[in-house]
Design a protein around this ligand. Structure first.
Ligand code: DHB
Ligand code: MG
Length: 224
């Protein structure tokens, strides 16, 4: 059982339950054509994020890590009328590709793009009084994940949901002596998540077309 089976099963489930429609297909194609790394969530994972946002009845969503806007489109589709999604990416090229993909998906009116390193943009959003958010998706550079989690706590409403991608990394997360800054970031994130008293959290391992990885899920408690 390995990558081939995971990919085929993912394609099978995707074909049944999460087919990429023309806007999502175009977003993937344009991202590839622009030379963006193909590290966006899979279609089944995108549908999962969409369903979580629906469950939360999220009308304010914050996404860290726009890339080509693929998960942005899934999440923005879960918004009610007048809902809003803010997405942040350090790379202006990512943002331009995403802006065009989101426009093609007909979602420009509800998506706001912010360009700059997360740890520069988030304090600015705080100064501007943005938030609170119902749903926060952390999927940017892994080395700053613990700090992104701190910001997510600050920006979340009571009862809000925080999801972080890539918390398992092929099991590399077990390696306490790793020198890889990304894995160190994920490990520090996991430790911070475990120590945080104001959330109830778990992590789910996933396999599929994107390999072996996982999502963290934290619900911000209404009474701390
Ligand atoms: C990487 C980042 C991601 O968000 C992801 O889902 C997979 C890989 C990366 O930086 O390698
Ligand atoms: Mg990711």
């Amino acid at each position: 059982m390995s990558q081939n089976v995971w990919t085929e099963v993912d394609n099978y489930i995707c074909g049944l339950l999460a087919p990429n429609d023309p806007a999502l297909q175009a977003a993937l194609k344009a991202s590839e054509a622009a030379g963006l790394p193909a590290i966006q969530v899979s279609a089944t994972q995108g549908k999962f994020l969409y369903l979580l946002a629906r469950l939360m009845r999220a009308s304010n969503i914050l996404e860290l890590g726009t890339l080509g806007g693929y998960s942005t489109i899934w999440l923005a589709r879960a918004l009610p009328p007048k809902g809003r999604l803010l997405t942040v990416d350090a790379n202006p090229k990512h943002t331009e590709v995403a802006r065009s993909n989101v426009a093609f998906a007909g979602l420009s009116d509800c998506v706001e793009f912010h360009v700059g390193p997360g740890l520069a943009v988030l304090p600015r959003l705080a100064r501007e009084g943005r938030g609170p958010f119902d749903f926060i998706f952390i999927d940017a550079n892994k080395s700053d994940m613990p700090e992104y989690f701190d910001w997510a706590l600050r920006f979340s409403r009571p009862g809000g949901l925080i999801i972080a991608d890539n918390v398992i990394r092929d099991g590399k997360v077990l390696d306490a002596s790793t020198t890889d800054a990304d894995i160190q970031g994920v490990r520090r994130f996991n430790e911070r998540l475990a120590a945080e008293k104001t959330v109830s959290a778990t992590e789910l391992q996933t396999v599929g077309s994107k390999g072996y990885d996982g999502f963290a899920m934290a619900v911000v408690l209404t009474e701390a």
